[in-house]
Each structure stands twice: as C-alpha cells, then as structure tokens.
Design a protein around this ligand. Sequence first.
Ligand code: UFG
Length: 316
Amino acid sequence: MRWIVTGGAGYIGAHVVALLRARGDAVTVLDDLSTGQAHRVGDAQLVRCDLKERDATRAAFLAARPEAVIHFAAKKQVGESVAEPLLYYHENVGGLVSVLEAMRASECRRIVFSSSAATYGVPPVEVVDEDTPCAPINPYGATKLIGEWLLADAARAYGLSTVALRYFNVAGADEGRKLADPFALNLVPIVLAAHAAGRPVRVFGTDWETRDGTCVRDYIHVVDLAEAHLAAAEKIDGVAKGRVYNVGCGRGFTVLEVIAAAERVIGQPIRREHAPRRAGDPPALVARAERIERELGWRAQRVSIDDIVGSAFRAR
Ligand code: UFG
C-alpha cells in the first residue's frame, strides 16, 4: 500500500513510519522539519514540505499518489497555543485543510487524523468515553476538535473515509530503533532529563483528590499507539463517517507513580520538589477505550508503566 505520513519525522509519526516500512509499504513523509528530524524517517521517502504551502502540498500528493494518509503534522504545546493561538489555528486547522484539498486533487480517500484527549478539556468524570462532551480549554485542544469536525464534514461531502484518534498520554519508545521523544515537554521525558541533569522534578500539585494527591493520567506506549493507527487504517472503510476513538489503556498512574517507575528503571532515587497546581490540569484523565477494541480490534499490549518508562530510558 502507498502512504503519505505528514509529520513522519516527529516522535509519534516516526514510530508509524517504521511499522509501515517494516511490512514493506511505500511511505512518503511530508515534514517541514521544524521539530521533526530527517534521520527518524529511516528509508522512507522524505519530502520537506510546509503544509501551509498548498501548491507544494498538492504537488507532493500528486507525485506520491497515496492510497491513505496519516496526518500527524501539527503544533502540540498547550502553553504555546495559549500564547500564540493564531499560529495554532494556521498550522493545525490550515494544515488539515491543505491536506484535504491535496487528497481531493490526488483522489486519495482515506485519512487517519491525530487528535487528542485535550478535546475533552477538564471533564466532569475521571474515565471518559467518546460520548463525554468535548469542551477544550486551550487553543491546542480547540484546533484538534475543529479538525475532527472538518474531517466529519469532508467525509460526508466528499465520500472520504476518516478516523480521528484521541491520544491520551503518549510515552515510551521503540528501543531498537532509538526513536525516543527528543524533547522534554511531557512528564516521562521531563523526569528522565531532570534526573540526567541532576535537577529535581517539579510535581505540579500534591493536594488533588487522588490516591496520593498528584494527577492521574492514562500513559500509553507509543508503539501501541502506532499500531492503533494501522488498525484504524485497515478498518477505515467500514466505520461510520467521521468516527472518533479514544486511544489509551483504560487505567491511570499518578505523577508520583511515574517517578517511582523511573526510579526502578534507573535504579537510583529521583529528586522531586512540590510545585503549585498547574493551570488547566484535570486531576484525573483516563480513557475508556472499548470502542476502538470493539470496532477496530485494537487493544494496548504494553500497559506496564515500568515498560513504558523503561523503553524511554533505554532508547535515549
Ligand atoms: N507534570 C508534573 N511536572 C512536570 C510535568 C508534568 O508534575 O514537570 C504533571 C502534570 O501536571 C500532569 C502530568 O504530569 O499531571 C502529565 O503532564 P504532561 O504535561 O506530560 O501531559 P498532560 O496530561 O498535561 O498533556 C497531555 C498531552 C497534551 C494533551 C493533554 C490532553 O501532552 O498534548 O494530555 O489531556 F493536550
């Protein structure tokens, strides 16, 4: 099968590219390399392309003639999205419009979209399913929700097959391929980087109503997440138009439990300091991930937090 993977030089995208290449599929990666790294695409074809340049994007699609697209390329920092909302709407919504136009021009009918649990905002329940109301609390989450709407509208109008995957907290790495997250922007890489630098980890909030006072999140191994994309692409023609799926494990760990896992993996104590609650953090956010298992036959396999944190540590 022939694929275009936008953002395939990034953390999650590169894991999907590796799985597709391992089974012999033809993959063209479109990436502007603003945060992606060329070496991460391995032997896939890399086209340096800014999706906001619509003519260049269309030309890349016409050259590659993909049968399916997996669309990762986007901005994903919550804080930055609050400070620079126009950048996020341009990149995340404008980029998707450009991809959908290029799909029409090249008669490509299938797209798997990278969405986020950020679409839920601060939900009233700890365990969220896809029918939990979406109420994003920052521009990043808003652009992902708009992306889902855009896909659903395009699916109905143009007969496309679309799936949006709402990721929970992605962590870990394919150790063999050394595809660790190169940035320390999320808890697991932050803990590993802080320890390596001899700095304490700041724990945002220790007085939440959770089992140890710190926030609970549903950490999912990036290789499991990559496999979810392949499952989605395989079944995409048979699912309802504009379908969305949670992609998580259905269980959560606290910040202190993640730090404890890192201590077991590294074999050394990790210093931490208490910090105030971070604005916009829900106390607990865990996926109900039954729809994706029922409809796409995917279920997370690498659910041990020690395996997730350990893979990130060993892949550095
Ligand atoms: N945390 C700390 N210290 C740190 C960093 C994080 O205590 O230095 C805590 C956070 O407060 C949170 C947990 O660790 O409780 C996880 O934080 P992350 O920043 O790693 O992840 P988030 O849950 O905030 O965000 C993730 C994705 C976002 C997405 C969001 C949606 O990274 O892209 O889920 O729920 F928007």
